[in-house]
Design a protein around this ligand. Structure first.
Ligand code: SF4
Length: 495
């Protein structure tokens, strides 16, 4: 029912919908799946009722991930009864974790694939249409397989001027609350030369802002010297970059990558997420200060201010050490904005532990924070600490107190900016008030301002800050400094 014939060619075009349930890494994987389906000739539609293929890209970092997945699958079962040709695929972290169990609970699912074989999406859909349902989960990404990195696959970007670039997959840490190492495997860094090539391609395609993505970006390169040893000298530059081959250093650093990407013509802004405080080094702060394109924004996940809880979480730093690194960052990078993640009510957290978190948060003076009440993720160490779970009403009370501390420092930081002129990237009309335009500052704050005529998303402008809220600024347009660049071709990321 959803197939349609192209008027000019008489070709039957299949259509798809992707629903994404997760974090930025998941959204980036969804862009890759969309790119693969479109490279295979499919067209995106917004309504599952009009699609031939529905892909649910799951995430088990988010709360209630399985309820959301099986709720969505229940709705799709009705659609499949009406349209038996509909193919339903489940991908992502929850698929990696639950594997065959997904088809046991939802027999109408045609394809299940995991985090290490996103590149197989089209082949698996083809296989299922010819031979019936298929579940394919790989235990780990192949180290030398360029396609293991989502950025190495065709892309359908959601916006023209900004792109995510995966620099590393997996994680070698074992934070007690986190399922990522189990579902994404050990850390693998993408070869340095491939990354630089990809950003050059993106810049040629009109992208001016890149966000370097990884679970622990500042340990980037840790594994590349080993990979290099298995290869010929000719591969040095591809694996580890020119810097490495010149300096005879053991491995490329994340700061080398910031510097290399910062030299690419057309790249005006560089962001990255997420670093780990224990691995944060001075050279990264120095590169952030010295490379003009790197934005003055650091997302620096604290998780807890209590040394006892940090130890139980296996975070590898203390509250004092975190604050030392933060002070170094602020001294090195003028005008730095800092955001963080904090979990309230981790199993065993006492009133004193929470007071320590409040004390660190107060001293840190964060610009913003993602604060969460602990919620057990099945399969993690913390989920098994049931005898130490904090009562929900206690956790809610702590959460509210922390929220006030964060709001106080956030609005104070925003008020200090009143009267300043800041550069923004235009994102488009304001979602709440379409007569206003929304831009994003280098410090990652949204600014809303009136404009006499529309300004194309991806343009850069200067705006004078007039008013400050907790999470946004209001301003007036000074001038458009760089008009949005026109896209020159359909994106296919470097491979
Ligand atoms: S560093 Fe910790 S929280 Fe981040 S992905 Fe790795 S295990 Fe999870």
């Amino acid at each position: 029912m959803a197939r349609k014939a192209s008027a000019s060619l008489g070709v039957v075009t299949r259509s798809y919908v992707i629903r994404t349930f997760g974090c930025q890494m998941n959204e980036h994987d969804s862009e890759r799946i969309a790119g693969l389906l479109e490279a295979d000739g499919m067209e995106r539609v917004d309504d599952a009722a009009l699609a031939d293929v529905v892909v649910l890209n799951t995430c088990c970092i988010r709360e209630n991930a399985d309820n959301k997945l099986y709720g969505a699958l229940g709705n799709l079962k009705v659609l499949k009864e009406i349209n038996p040709g509909l193919q339903i695929a489940v991908a992502g972290c929850l698929a990696q974790k639950d594997r065959g169990m997904i088809r046991e609970r939802a027999g109408h699912v045609d394809v299940v694939f995991g985090t290490h074989n996103v590149n197989r999406a089209v082949d698996l859909l083809d296989h299922a249409s010819q031979h019936g349902p298929v579940v394919e989960i790989l235990e780990a990404a192949a180290r030398d397989d360029g396609e293991a990195f989502p950025s190495a696959l065709p892309t359908r970007r959601e916006v023209d001027h900004a792109a995510w670039v995966t620099i590393q997959i997996g994680c070698d840490n074992n934070c007690a609350f986190c399922i990522v190492p189990a579902v994404r495997g050990p850390e693998i860094s993408r070869p340095f030369g491939d990354l630089v090539d990809e950003v050059e391609h993106l810049a040629a395609d009109g992208v001016s802002e890149v966000t370097l993505l990884g679970q622990n970006v500042n340990s980037y390169g840790r594994d590349l010297s080993l990979a290099r040893r298995r290869r010929s000298a000719d591969d040095d530059a591809r694996m580890c970059g020119e810097v490495w081959t010149d300096d005879r250093r053991v491995r490329p650093l994340f700061s080398d990558l910031l510097r290399a990407v910062g030299q690419i013509e057309g790249i005006h802004r560089i962001r990255y997420t997420s670093p780990h405080p224990k691995d944060m080094r001075t050279d990264t702060f120095v590169a952030m200060a010295e490379v003009g394109a790197v934005c003055e924004h650091l997302h620096f996940p604290l998780q807890s201010g209590s040394d006892r809880v940090l130890s139980a979480m296996h975070r590898g730093y203390t509250g004092a050490r975190y604050l030392e690194k933060l002070a170094e960052a602020r001294t090195t990078i003028p005008g730095l904005a800092v955001s963080t993640d904090i979990i309230v009510g981790f199993p065993g957290e006492t009133d004193d532990d929470f007071e320590a978190t409040l004390a660190v948060a107060t001293e840190a003076q964060f610009d913003s924070a993602f604060t969460f009440i602990f919620s057990a993720r099945p399969g993690t160490e913390a989920a098994a600490m049931q005898d130490q779970f904090v009562a929900h009403d206690v956790a809610v009370g702590r959460y509210e107190r922390l929220r006030l501390v964060i709001e106080r420092s956030g609005i104070a930081a925003n008020r200090r900016r009143i009267g300043e002129v800041e550069e923004v990237t235009i994102e488009g009309p304001s979602k709440k008030n379409p007569s206003m335009i929304t831009g994003r500052t280098r410090r990652n704050t949204l600014v809303h301002f009136p404009a006499e005529r529309p300004i194309k998303p991806g343009s850069y402008a200067t705006v004078k800050v007039l008013e400050a809220g907790v999470n946004h600024l209001l301003g007036e347009l000074i001038e458009v400094t760089i008009p949005a660049r026109r896209r020159t071709r359909i994106t296919v990321a470097a491979g």
